[in-house]
Design a protein around this ligand. Sequence first.
Ligand SMILES: Nc1ncnc2c1ncn2[C@@H]1O[C@H](COP(=O)(O)OP(=O)(O)OP(=O)(O)O)[C@@H](O)[C@H]1O
Length: 241
Amino acid sequence: MIEINGVKKSFPGKRKAINDINMTIPDGKIVGFLGPNGAGKSTMIKMMTGISPIDKGEIMLNGINIEKNAIKAKNIFGYVPDQPDMFLRLKGMEYLNFIGDIFNVPKEIRKEKIERLTKQFEIYDALGDHIQTYSHGMRQKIIVTGVLIHEPAIWILDEPLTGLDPKSSYKLKEMMREHANKGNTVFFSSHGLEVVEQLCDEVAIIKKGELIFYGGMQKLRDQYQTDQTLEDVFLELTNDE
Ligand SMILES: Nc1ncnc2c1ncn2[C@@H]1O[C@H](COP(=O)(O)OP(=O)(O)OP(=O)(O)O)[C@@H](O)[C@H]1O
């Protein structure tokens, strides 16, 4: 479960990037995080993952405060950033072993997982190459694999499906469903409204740093008295005119 209580964040000289957001993301659900460009999705995710300080309010991951107990909190979530351009000088295998070492994944389990996951994502043959030489999608896949080898309860993914080929995207969506079905939490931002509608149990929509909707598709339809698609409702809700 992720609890976000009264969270605010500003950057110098700008309107509030996040303005008093409250939401509880339950266990066992996939939650899609939607909002137009610049709405504050990445800013929110960076606070949830302890990368960016919170100006006001608090964020709890399975009851652990991300700022007050950062190391403990970091053991229970996995994060895939929107820009997967990290550790470029490491080879794929070096990166995965590095993650395995940090999270104390036993060597045998690690070996089996790395082989299985990277074969599923079709990057197994590139594990000996530097991440620098990987395409955007391959970089995403190696980071997703890094998350999966230490099996965190909470997944926080910033636009994870952007840039993935159809087969890998299908595979990742399947993994997200399996993870949530085991009672875990999956929270991901996306601009893909069809994917969100098809995959997510609930959606959170933000606009200019404010949460304008949180709930399931049925609640969205009831609230706006419509049987339109998520795309139609999203466009209406986020329209400024
Ligand atoms: N490091 C920063 N310094 C200053 N302003 C920032 C910084 N990071 C984000 N912002 C501002 O905060 C607001 C929210 O940006 P954010 O990147 O969170 O949006 P987003 O919803 O993730 O957008 P996108 O869909 O385009 O990725 C924007 O106005 C952005 O300019």
